[in-house]
Structures are given as structure tokens and as C-alpha cells.
Design a protein around this ligand. Structure first.
Ligand code: GKR
Ligand code: MG
Length: 443
């Protein structure tokens, strides 16, 4: 089998005014749907980050991919990572804070560009291979550790609005959420609908006291059988992180964690150390301080991170997910999964990736509840969750196909937009506070 064509579909998907320490989500999130056609008459698909950068990076691969055998992924990785090594010295200079992701929205770190590009191609190739062999994707990379993958309820403080613009506005399913009570309501609604059994609160938005109260209110409502995690994306100083960790030592224990409270591996290590000195053994998780394999080792040595957030989209695909989980198991670290706004194609890739790696021992994050069926490009509509889990479908490859009319609508929305990059800081200035700046630490 050979690849005969590469088709790239930029799409825009409505997204509510969700808040994080990065700022505010824009009315549409950007994604790219990738299609690879083959000599067997099959089409493999994947989904990745959106906007000009990812599109150009994929477009630049066209000549390398067309004519390629989709089974020969290792060589593709070697080519792409070799290219990355050449670029990395120059890029290191332009990434604030060295390799760190601290100041960049996810999907924007130039040092991971090759891993993101490779992942988008790898997943589409694995979809092709699965279709050719009539096997689910997780079963062509060695088989599944589980038939269904648990996800967590991902709560966001948010302003009123459901996303979209003008007469394309979406229903505001969850309403405004800017205090503890509203967040409990949001959690109940999401859990009733999807059956999630773990809860993640995106923090770093309101005064830490309010965020502490929110976690306490969630614990009060759901009890200790629903593990809780909070992720302020580095908005707190070391001192504030220790204060929050101490205040929430009960609530974040028993399967929960404190995710990226402060910037850098050194900062996380200091928070962990100070908490341990007080007898608080709180797991710290990261998708900001730790975004590549070398940092996993560094963070483990420094005792900075006990749970690594994987993500096939930027760690380098499904096979990299397996390697990462194995490495974490060896180092006695936990594994969860990070997410960004995404559609059903990504959700299925995340599900297959998590199913194929034995050591994924926390429910994965997903932004899926924040998207609407109006934007879904998967034929048949939204992917179902049962008891908070997505099952591996008894279908080849990712187990989903594209709805081309929906895809065309997504591209039409994209073409009408005047932005080609996620910029939560600009959005925050535009809609909430004209003088807003991302300041780290804010508290
Ligand atoms: O969607 O605003 C968001 C999140 O903050 C996202 O961009 C993060 O990458 O989910 C993410 C995280 O866990 O840091
Ligand atoms: Mg995070």
C-alpha cells in the first residue's frame, strides 16, 4: 500500500468564553482535519491543531508523504526529528524560558512542531493500516490494555455564552460559571450527561481563595469517590501553590492532583518539597513544565512531577504515547492525558492511544463537552460516552469516518474568521478587560 494523496481541511469549531490563566477562549477554536488516501482506495484520517502554523507544517510534508508506505513510520519520524534537531538550537533562543511551555498556549511550542506534524501523519497512517487490516487502531499497535477509556469532567470558569458569532451562536449549555456554586452546577450537569467519575477544575482565573472554595464545594457535593484535580497553568507563586496545596490536602488526595501550580520544573520541585516538609504527600502533575521525554527524567530526578500528562497530538502520536507510559511506569510516575478543544476524530485518537498504553492510570482530560454537535465532522454525529468512558468501537482504524458536508461547513466557518492562531490574551483584552496581560505568577 502507498499513500496517493494528502488533503488538509482547516476547520473552525464554536467554543464558549472559557477562562484560564492564558486568558479567554475565542468564539471559535481552530482545528485541522487530515486525510491520507491510498492505493488500496482507503482513506486514513486524523485531527490536529488548527491555524496557519500546523497547516503549513503539514503542507511542507506533502512530497515526503505522497508515495510513502504508511507502514514505514519509523523512517518518517527519523526524518522529522532530524530536521527538528537542526532547527532546535536557533529555536531555543526564541522560546521564552528555554524549552518550557510556560508562556505559550498549547500547540505553539516550535520545539515540538515536528512531533505534532509527525503525530498527525502517524495517526492517519495507523487509521489507514487499521482499515486495510480490518482491525481497530489500538489493535494494530500491539493491542489494547482496556476496551473503554475513562475521561474526566473538565470544568472551566466561564462567562455567559456558548460560542460562535452572529447568527451562528451556540446555545449556552452550561451558563455563566464564575463562583463555587455555579461550578458545582456545571459539574453536576456534565456528570449527569456523560457519567464522568473524576473532576478537573481549570484554575488560575479567580482569586485562589475562591478556587479553593470551589474545590471544597465540589468535594462536598460529590464526596471522596470523585477524585479532584486543579490546574491553574502556572498562575501561582511557589508560596501560593504551597498555600493552596496545604488548604486542599484532603480534597486533592485519593486519586487527585495539583497540576502545574507554578512555572518550571524547579518551581514545581520547590512546591513539592515544601509540602512534603509539612507531611503533605500531594502528587503534582504537569503538561506545562514537562512536555518532552528528557523533561520526564529531569522532573522525576527533581521530584517535581508525579503524574505526566501525555497527549498523542504533541508527544508524537500513538506509539510515542506507549513509550511515554512505559517510561513513566519505569520511573514510578502516573500518567494522565492532556487535551485542547477538539472534535470526535481527536477524541478517538486519544481513546485508542490511552487504550493501547497499559500504564495510563488517571482518567484523561477532554474538552469534548464544550463542543457542540453542530460542529462535529464525524459521520453519525458526536461520540457517545458511557459512564464517563469512550469505548473502542468494533470498527477498523479509529472507528470513525468523516461527514464531508459537516467538514465543508467547518471550513466555511474557518474561512470567515480573521484569525489563524489561538490568542487567548488578545481575546481577553477584546471582550473582558482592555488592559489585561498574562502575568505569571498572578497570585
Ligand atoms: O483550554 O484553556 C484551555 C486549557 O488551559 C488548555 O489550553 C490547556 O492546555 O487543558 C490544558 C491544560 O491542562 O493545561
Ligand atoms: Mg494542564
Amino acid at each position: 500500500m502507498r499513500i496517493t494523496g494528502l488533503r488538509l481541511h482547516p476547520v473552525a469549531i464554536a467554543d464558549g468564553p472559557l477562562r484560564s490563566s492564558y486568558g479567554l477562549h475565542a468564539p471559535y477554536a481552530l482545528r485541522t482535519i487530515v486525510e491520507l488516501t491510498s492505493t488500496d482506495g482507503l482513506t486514513g484520517i486524523s485531527e490536529t491543531y488548527g491555524g496557519d502554523g500546523p497547516l503549513q507544517a503539514l503542507e511542507a510534508m506533502r512530497d515526503r508523504i505522497v508515495g510513502m508506505d504508511p507502514f514505514q513510520l519509523t523512517r518518517l519520524w527519523m526524518d522529522l526529528s532530524g530536521e527538528a534537531a537542526k532547527e532546535s538550537a536557533a529555536q531555543n533562543a526564541v522560546v521564552a524560558g528555554g524549552r518550557s511551555q510556560t508562556y505559550l498556549v498549547p500547540g505553539e511550542n516550535p520545539l515540538d512542531r515536528h512531533a505534532r506534524t509527525y503525530a498527525a501523519i502517524e495517526i492517519a497512517c495507523l487509521d489507514l493500516i487499521g482499515k486495510a487490516l480490518n482491525k481497530p487502531l489500538c489493535d494494530v499497535v500491539g493491542g489494547r490494555a482496556r476496551d473503554a477509556v475513562p475521561f474526566s469532567a473538565y470544568l472551566f470558569y466561564k462567562h455567559a455564552g456558548g460560542g460562535g458569532l452572529g447568527d451562528d451562536q451556540r446555545e449556552d449549555e452550561y451558563g455563566e460559571g464564575l463562583d463555587p456554586l455555579a461550578m458545582v452546577r456545571q459539574a453536576k450537569q456534565m456528570i449527569d450527561k456523560y457519567g464522568f467519575r473524576e473532576i478537573k477544575l481549570k484554575g488560575g482565573v479567580l482569586d485562589p481563595e475562591i478556587e479553593i472554595d470551589t474545590i471544597r464545594a465540589l468535594r462536598q457535593e460529590f464526596g471522596p469517590s470523585y477524585p479532584l484535580r486543579i490546574d491553574p497553568n502556572c498562575a501561582w507563586s511557589i508560596q501560593t501553590s504551597v498555600y493552596v496545596g496545604r488548604s486542599l490536602k484532603e480534597e486533592l488526595s485519593g486519586g487527585g492532583y495539583l497540576e502545574d501550580p507554578t512555572a518550571t520544573i524547579a518551581g514545581m520541585a520547590e512546591v513539592r518539597k515544601r509540602l512534603r516538609e509539612e507531611g503533605i504527600d500531594m502528587p503534582m502533575a504537569s503538561n506545562v513544565a514537562v512536555t518532552c521525554f528528557a523533561q520526564v527524567v529531569e522532573a522525576e530526578k527533581a521530584d517535581a512531577v508525579q503524574v505526566v500528562l501525555s497527549d498523542p497530538h504533541y508527544w508524537g502520536g500513538v506509539r510515542a504515547q506507549q513509550r511515554l507510559a512505559d517510561l513513566c511506569e519505569t520511573l514510578n510516575l502516573g500518567v494522565s492525558m492532556h487535551s485542547n478543544n477538539h472534535l470526535g476524530v481527536s477524541l478517538m485518537a486519544m481513546t485508542h492511544a490511552a487504550a493501547s498504553a497499559p500504564h495510563v492510570n488517571y482518567a484523561c482530560d477532554t474538552h469534548y463537552p464544550w463542543q457542540s454537535g453542530i460542529d462535529e465532522v464525524v459521520a453519525g454525529g458526536r461520540i457517545p460516552f458511557v459512564d464517563g468512558c469512550v469505548r473502542i468501537p468494533d470498527k477498523p482504524g479509529l472507528g470513525v469516518d468523516l461527514d464531508y458536508d459537516q467538514l465543508a461547513r467547518g471550513t466555511e466557518r474557518y474561512n470567515k474568521l480573521d484569525y489563524r492562531k489561538r490568542d487567548d490574551e488578545a481575546e481577553m483584552r477584546k471582550r473582558v478587560d482592555p488592559s489585561w496581560k498574562r502575568v505569571l505568577p498572578r497570585w
